[in-house]
Design a protein around this ligand. Sequence first.
Ligand code: DGL
Length: 273
Amino acid sequence: MTLRENPIGVFDSGIGGLTVVSQIIKMLPHENIVYFGDTARVPYGNKSAEVVKGYAVQDTRFLVSKDVKLIVVACNTASALAMDVVRVHSKVPAIGVIEPTVKEAASLVGDRGIGVIGTLSTINSCAYSTALNRLDKGVKIMTKACPLFVPLAEEGLFDHPVADLMSREYLSEFSGRIDVMILGCTHYPLLSGPISRALGSGIKLLDSGEATARAVKELLSQSGMLNDQKSKPRYEFYVSDFPQKFNEIAESFLGQRLEFVRKVDVLAELDIK
Ligand code: DGL
């Protein structure tokens, strides 16, 4: 039986999903969380749908083995390519980042339209455009893959001149042409300074983590599954490689000491040869 105290399960290709976790912690401070970051196989954003689906199934099964009450696919690439298989392998509800984000974008758009930036695989999948068109057939959409943003963020160059340079290179074509820019990748909120400078004023940046955390809260409250225990929540972070590096980044990003960060061999745990 799934209980209210059971954790929310979150997975991502690596550290990027912490942008989603931080929003969940902000909005749902009493929820227990189990996070899996696939740091051994990151990036997902330039891999084929077949490969990403395979990884997402394993990530999902690992979280299910931790008795989560809900699965949040924090990774935009996995949300774009693999929600179908995640749902097949999860006996609990699963939320990706795309549906909540497009809902919010559609409520904010004016006459100009919506921009979407993400990894190559997310943009090539057209998952955001398809979901936006489903909500609003006439909406103008501009999309662009920005593959160098992930390594820039991983290197911590959040406010470095090279991030400004790359943002201008990728984004100048959006200036004055959209109302809302969807940051369709876990890492992009970390570069919101250079991105908004390159876009200029009058364009709202939409963080998919924030929209998703709101959707998580709504789903749990509607299904009566919010944790009503007010004790200190338990956070467990599992990664497939480099737990030390993950720990350092996560502690500085979340602004708290983490008691539980472990390396895990997901294939061995799931008995996959
Ligand atoms: N987590 C990925 C995403 O949101 C970015 C990093 C990667 O390519 O794996 O699309």
